[in-house]
Design a binder for this molecule. Structure first.
Ligand code: AKB
Length: 320
């Protein structure tokens, strides 16, 4: 019987991954935790508890008491917020991961750990287009440095202690369920909310800056497939490149106008545009697609169709 712990269940990934894992493993076998309250559908569909991944003593007691067999550690300070509090972000991103790795080493019932890395591990010296799985990685952000260091620690625990740790270098993730979480790719979510709610958007990334993105449905499917794939088929011991498409704010704005013809966008690039400039414009994820037999199913048109429909639905509910 798998018993799964989700850390960061209230966040952009966790709030959707929790429900997917509950549909697979049973509601009562997926323990959602976070330092902030979860959405109603998480709290009403299975166990939820406020739990701080930085509190290793409470964490290990929770893991042992609930006979946890898998851990998804989704909590992190993302790129934009991390630049505002560099040392705090490093402390949270690294020490939370070390807590999880140590618990996985000490508690033998834990069979598997998932931890998300990011395209942020790449820097200006990485090939800009179709960045390869194995490449020069000189990140220039606190977030990217913490994710690169995390990848090395995961590989160390995998080799030294035979811990089964699996990871994906998520690009920007587009979803409608939660508000953006302080990342450089937040524009790809904000633009839909502002288009529907205001008819206009001021974008902090320049119009032509293409960035690797993935719709949340595809990201969740890939994460589950990665965790369910036989370990012998996985050829990557650090973190897999993954992407769905590469899009720019200008391209998204044009596609939104299929629904909102008068949609207006202006551009005021800020420090996050400089972060975006240091990241690849597109990613080669051919290895993960082969290893876990996965393909994305959402292109820009399908993403816009769903985002406009669902954000409009949320607006009508909030507006009532
Ligand atoms: C961010 O923008 O910081 C994250 C990421 C690309 O990992 N969404």
């Amino acid at each position: 019987m798998e018993r799964i712990l989700i850390i960061g269940a209230s966040g952009q990934i966790g709030s959707e991954l929790t429900l997917e894992l509950r549909s697979i493993y049973g509601n009562e076998n997926v323990y959602a935790t976070d330092v902030k309250e979860a959405p109603p559908d998480i709290k009403e569909s299975g166990p939820f508890q406020l739990l701080d991944v930085m509190d290793d003593k409470h964490l290990i007691h929770f893991v042992i008491r609930n006979k946890i067999t898998q851990i998804y550690h989704l909590a992190a300070v993302l790129s934009g917020n991390a630049e505002k509090l560099p040392t705090q972000a490093w402390h949270i991103n690294m020490n939370s991961l070390m807590n999880i790795l140590e618990i996985a080493r000490l508690v033998e019932e834990i069979k598997r750990v998932f931890w998300p890395s990011s395209i942020a591990v790449f820097g200006k010296t990485t090939p800009r287009n179709n960045s390869p799985q194995l490449s020069v990685m000189e990140p220039s952000t606190v977030y990217g440095i913490s994710k690169l260091a995390g990848e090395r620690w995961c590989e160390y625990y995998s080799h030294r202690y035979n811990i089964d740790i699996r990871s994906l270098r998520y690009p920007g993730l587009i979803s409608f369920k939660t508000e953006p979480g302080g990342g450089t790719t937040d524009w790809a979510v904000e633009i839909y909310y502002d288009a529907v709610n205001k008819g206009k958007y001021t974008c902090f990334i320049e119009s032509s800056r293409a960035m690797p993105m993935l719709f949340m449905h595809d990201a969740i499917q890939a994460t589950v497939k990665l965790m369910e794939t036989d370990r012998s088929k996985l050829t990557c011991q650090t973190s897999y490149n993954i992407t769905g498409l590469s899009i720019s704010p200008g391209q998204v704005a044009d596609d939104i106008r299929r629904y909102i013809p008068g949609f207006r966008i202006d551009y005021k690039p800020d420090f996050r545009n400089s972060i975006a400039e240091s990241w690849p414009q597109s990613i080669d994820d051919s290895i993960v697609r082969t290893d876990i037999d996965w393909e994305p199913s959402f292109d820009l048109k399908k993403i816009t169709d769903v985002m406009v429909k669902e954000v409009t639905k949320k607006k009508s509910v909030i507006g009532n």
